[in-house]
Design a protein around this ligand. Structure first.
Ligand SMILES: Nc1nc2c(ncn2[C@@H]2O[C@H](COP(=O)(O)OP(=O)(O)OP(=O)(O)O)[C@@H](O)[C@H]2O)c(=O)[nH]1
Ligand SMILES: [Mg+2]
Length: 228
């Protein structure tokens, strides 16, 4: 999810096809599949690149979102308006999820465009913390910076949610109505990153590189549906 032009499709294509495509058809919803090994386990990822407008989603997409295992909300670090639209999207997603604990990962795209940056790394991190999101990363589809990490984070977070005792990510299963848990972002990193200075992976702030608990791996169906 994310504002028009924030970089969603380019990000997926770089991850799935290892190419930076400059001109991608907008307003086309595509499902991509990728087999990956993460932490020694094989997974089949189904990545749905949705059509997301500021006017909402169609009902079919909303249903797929409810049945997903992880949701990526993307903004462009060179577009303050895309960043400002994140809150609205998080609120909307949470209303659709009705308490299901599907991890929402905040992604700052186009991090190679440092000279045009309008959103600092620390602002992205702070928003992720304030909203209690599962993780935050910046990436660049152009330079491949943190592209794999974005999706690996999504899978790890999905697995982490799977082991919560009363929750399930199996399609069609009964889910509880708890509110999303606290962010995995550690307390001690706030303020460590200054505007415009982000050049290294944000691993420390992701909650992303937390290894999934062993039970998570055991209960996984090795399929993961990610919405972007
Ligand atoms: N420099 C740079 N440009 C990027 C990057 N990612 C995407 N772009 C460019 O940003 C523009 C929009 O990217 P898209 O991937 O189509 O954005 P989108 O979010 O899928 O857009 P919609 O489908 O219209 O909502 C394209 O011209 C891309 O080439 C990046 O990491 N770096
Ligand atoms: Mg697109």
């Amino acid at each position: 999810m994310g504002q028009l032009g924030s970089g969603k499709s380019t990000l997926v294509l770089q991850y799935v096809q290892s190419q930076f495509v400059e001109d991608i058809d907008a307003n086309v919803q595509d499902m991509y599949k990728k087999e990956v090994a993460i932490d020694g386990q094989h997974y089949q990822l189904n990545i749905l690149d949705i059509v997301d407008t500021d006017y909402g989603l169609d009902p079919k997409t909303e249903n797929m979102l409810r049945e997903s295992q992880a949701i990526l909300i993307v903004y462009s670090v060179v577009s303050e308006t895309s960043f400002d639209s994140v809150l609205m999207r998080v609120v909307h997603v949470r209303s659709l999820l009705e308490g299901r604990n599907v991890p929402i990962i905040l992604v700052g795209a186009k991090a190679d465009l440092e000279n045009c940056r309008q959103v600092s790394s620390s602002s992205g991190l702070q928003l992720a913390r304030e909203l209690g999101l599962a993780a935050f990363l910046e990436c660049s589809a152009k330079t491949k910076y943190q592209i794999d990490e974005v999706f690996e984070t999504a899978v790890r977070q999905a697995l982490t949610e799977e082991v919560e005792p009363t929750r399930s990510t199996e399609a069609g299963s009964q889910r509880d109505t708890e509110q999303p848990t606290e962010s995995g972002v550690p307390e001690d990193i706030e303020g460590q990153r200054e505007s415009g200075t982000q050049t290294e992976p944000l691993d420390a702030v992701q909650g992303a590189n937390r290894a999934p608990r062993p039970a998570a791996r055991a209960s996984s169906s090795n399929r993961c549906c990610i919405i972007i």
